[in-house]
Design a protein around this ligand. Structure first.
Ligand code: TK8
Length: 350
């Protein structure tokens, strides 16, 4: 009996030493429930996919990110880039990050409201008057708060990049007033705020994944779609659309996502390289996006698509018409958060 007790004590002793050893070399908690490993910079392949093309400001931003990461890691961290939704659409790639089969994607925040519903506050039409206002909110406490929510969903949010102000294209007629939306079959992102807002304007919204848009326009499954000018140019929508109306009805951010499973396997040095590169390449990407927004308009004018400005008066009427939709979702996303955002904007506009 005594012998068994001694043997048990010895086994227990070895076990606790083993566990201690594992914890010492294994992991330590860093931020927001994320982990890391203390083994410096290792040779790694990082699969990074986006839905847009390489020539789009987001594609160029991703190449800048690759350049910075590979330089800062002495070539050990290799970023493999995938463009044009070759790895799937925003939601599919986000799920691949959650399961750990892909490391990085940079989707629009709009389709992610099924994961972090509060991202929906950025889908409120006519919220931002300028891209700089968007920067201030996204890079401020509100943006950070929402990024942190991602770690509860097996995702790590490192930064916000710019998709931009969206405009409507269609094959029927120019949009000058709310009435011009009546009965228009419009593709929207998979986002309830957008769907309800377009319904409120009298349109007939069809949520659809991004990579299906060109074919749906070409086959006239839908009459139109809405995206920033850089995307309308890069994806050649002018080949299958006749009218482009500069509604600038909503600003869409991109969010730079990393798989939490992958992130937790990194060392603090590796995490810092990715974090800094996402922010630095993000600044570069935003600048490129703003230049491209102007350049794309000039180039689109040469494609034959008929372009019309929408007056501020008519945009105001659209904003008024959509207000009940915003009131409805403000309750759902949290009135405190929404009020905080509007008061932040007021401060910025002073
Ligand atoms: C690209 C999408 C796209 C978005 C859309 O993956 O779906 O219309 O504007 O940029 O994120």
């Amino acid at each position: 009996m005594k012998k068994i007790a001694t043997v048990r004590k010895v086994i227990l002793g070895f076990l606790s030493i083993g566990l201690l050893f594992l914890s010492a070399c294994g992991s330590n908690t860093t931020q927001g429930g994320t982990k890391s490993n203390n083994h410096g910079i290792q040779e790694r392949i990082i699969k990074a996919g986006i839905g847009l093309n390489e020539d789009h400001p987001e594609g160029q931003g991703l190449l800048k990110f690759k350049e910075i990461v590979e330089k800062k890691s002495g070539g050990k961290l290799k970023v493999q880039t995938y463009f044009s939704a070759t790895l799937g659409d925003d939601l599919k790639m986000t799920e691949a990050l959650q399961s750990g089969t892909q490391e990085i994607t940079i989707p629009s925040t709009s389709p992610l409201v099924g994961i972090v519903k509060e991202f929906g506050i950025f889908d409120f039409p006519f919220l931002f008057n300028t891209a700089e206002e968007a920067d201030a909110i996204l890079d401020g406490p509100i943006g950070k708060k929402l990024l942190e929510k991602l770690s509860e969903h097996r995702l790590i949010g490192l930064a916000y990049w710019e998709n931009g102000f969206r405009n409507v294209t269609n094959s029927k007629h120019p949009i000058n007033t709310i009435d011009d939306f009546k009965g228009l079959k419009l593709r929207t992102m998979q986002n309830q705020v957008h769907i309800d807002a377009f319904k409120k304007l009298g349109a007939n919204p069809t949520p659809m994944a991004f990579s299906e848009v060109f074919t749906a326009l070409e086959s006239k499954t839908v009459d139109g779609q809405e995206n920033p000018l850089a995307t309308i140019k890069s994806n050649k929508y002018y080949e299958v659309q006749d009218y482009l109306s500069l509604t600038k009805h909503v600003y869409t951010p991109f969010v730079f996502l990393v798989s939490k499973k992958f992130w937790d396997s990194l060392s603090p040095e590796e995490q810092k390289i990715l974090q800094d590169a996402a922010v630095e390449a993000g600044k570069y990407q935003r600048e490129l996006s703003r230049q491209e927004d102007k350049k794309a308009l000039e180039e689109l004018k040469k494609t034959g698509i008929k372009i019309n400005e929408v007056s501020d008066g008519e945009r105001k009427k659209m904003e008024e018409a959509i207000k009940p939709v915003i009131d409805k979702y403000a309750k759902e996303f949290g009135e405190d958060l929404v009020n905080e955002m509007y008061s932040e904007l007021e401060k910025i506009r002073k």
